[in-house]
Design a protein around this ligand. Structure first.
Ligand SMILES: NC(=O)c1ccc[n+]([C@@H]2O[C@H](COP(=O)([O-])OP(=O)(O)OC[C@H]3O[C@@H](n4cnc5c(N)ncnc54)[C@H](OP(=O)(O)O)[C@@H]3O)[C@@H](O)[C@H]2O)c1
Length: 372
């Protein structure tokens, strides 16, 4: 009798434990359902569940970052962290903070001239027997600068970024701009970026966008990067690239925010299996999305900052998103923006803010109408 009672109790307890585990699993999967409704292709639940094997206790409840799966089959966190204009001496601390609170997508570039400082943080966070963050859990991008345009120059530039970032491989290597300037050696500095002593651009007489892409394909073949893609490519340039690419671009990283939504270009990318990453979603420190009264009103209704609403809108498009900050409180609020559920009416109000505003106007930096 006693044995029978004990075995019934054991059976009940095991059922209870299974149902508790099941409800925990369901609570983790539910955000993915929401993601699917928004048009993302979430990674299989098993991958999401193992994304943060060692939660870091600085934030009470780190949600697994939402992900998107590229046509190549690679999965990346959609809410990404930028490093442009992050000053030396500040960028390392900002990237460390971003990784600590849960960012798993970091955007770098040789021309930001801060990859070595970011690399020191990667070495610290990914190093040792019990790393704070596993390298394979983070999606890391770098970009080849416009002064490297031959196959050999692109491969050398990629190796330079890997060395500076202290990595064995990149997840994504991008053509930074569809342009070729004179090659002046590596690393990329103020004096080797392809301009003359007068600051004027020196256009390459030999390199083409095709030779640059051959270099990108070589980087992929050599295993230096998991995926290759482009940045700042127009619809016409993408079609041209697709005519000769042996490995098609996986990604086009472009300026996009509520005041310049790039809906037509995004649609061309989608039709051609090219994932879009939006940059400068906060307006890049210029007058724009953050000052918009509609953005402010929606932010107030949700009890969050205008920046968080800009990121939430960008994520609602199905794109991955880059926002930069060196301010710890903003790094946190920007990361948590992917928990915001915008209503259909709010999305409609934000879509109505389109006005073709260009915040990264290269004419200001290069004195050349790159967007003409
Ligand atoms: N492929 C390309 O050609 C390209 C071009 C541009 C950008 N990008 C990438 O995209 C990333 C993001 O773009 P971005 O740096 O141009 O601009 P952004 O992220 O749109 O804006 C950054 C600016 O917004 C401020 N900020 C950040 N969070 C805020 C918040 N919650 N509330 C108010 N202000 C906030 C930052 O100040 P603090 O830092 O002082 O907090 C900084 O001044 C870049 O860092 C880079 O990685 C790529």
């Amino acid at each position: 009798m006693l044995t029978q009672l004990a075995s019934t109790a054991r059976l009940l307890l095991s059922r209870l434990s299974v149902s508790l585990q099941a409800s925990r699993v369901l609570s983790l999967i539910r955000p993915l359902d929401r993601l699917a409704r928004l048009g993302f292709s979430p990674a299989p639940p098993t991958r999401s569940l193992v994304r943060f094997p060692r939660p870091i206790p600085t934030l009470s409840a780190i949600m697994p970052s939402k992900t998107v799966t590229l046509p190549t089959g690679h999965t990346l966190a959609v809410n990404g962290f930028g490093t442009w204009k992050s000053e030396p001496g500040k960028v390392g601390a900002a990237v460390k903070k971003a990784l600590e609170i849960g960012y798993r997508h970091i955007d770098c570039a040789a021309i930001y001239m801060n990859e070595a400082e970011v690399g020191a943080v990667f070495a610290e966070m990914f190093g040792g027997d019990n790393p704070a963050v596993k390298r394979e859990d983070v999606w890391i991008t770098s970009k080849v600068w416009t002064s490297c345009g031959s196959k050999k120059e692109v491969v050398a530039a990629c190796r330079q970024s890997l060395s500076d970032l202290k990595l064995d491989y990149l997840d994504e290597y991008l053509v930074h701009w569809p342009a070729n300037w004179e090659h002046q050696g590596l690393p990329i500095t103020e004096t080797t970026m392809g301009t003359g002593p007068d600051g004027k651009l020196r256009w390459s007489k030999t390199n083409t966008l095709q030779s640059k892409w051959e270099g990108m394909e070589e980087c992929h073949r050599l295993g230096l990067t998991k995926t290759i893609g482009v940045s700042n490519y127009s619809a016409l340039l993408l079609m041209d690239l697709l005519s000769y690419a042996k490995i098609p671009p996986a990604i086009n990283q472009i300026e996009a925010h509520v005041n310049n939504q790039r809906a037509e270009l995004r649609s061309v990318c989608t039709d051609n299996n090219i994932h879009v990453t939006m940059y400068s979603v906060l307006g890049s420190g210029k007058e724009g999305p953050l000052q918009d009264p509609t953005v402010k009103a929606i932010a107030k209704a949700h009890g969050v900052s205008p920046g968080a609403i800009c990121i939430a809108w960008a994520l609602s498009t199905g794109c991955s998103v880059l926002a930069k900050s060196v301010t710890p409180s903003r790094v946190e609020e920007n990361f948590k923006a992917d928990e915001i559920d915008l209503t259909a009416d709010e999305v409609k109000q934000l879509e109505a803010l389109e006005r073709g505003l260009l915040v990264c106007n290269m004419n200001e930096y290069w004195g050349f109408p790159a967007h003409a």
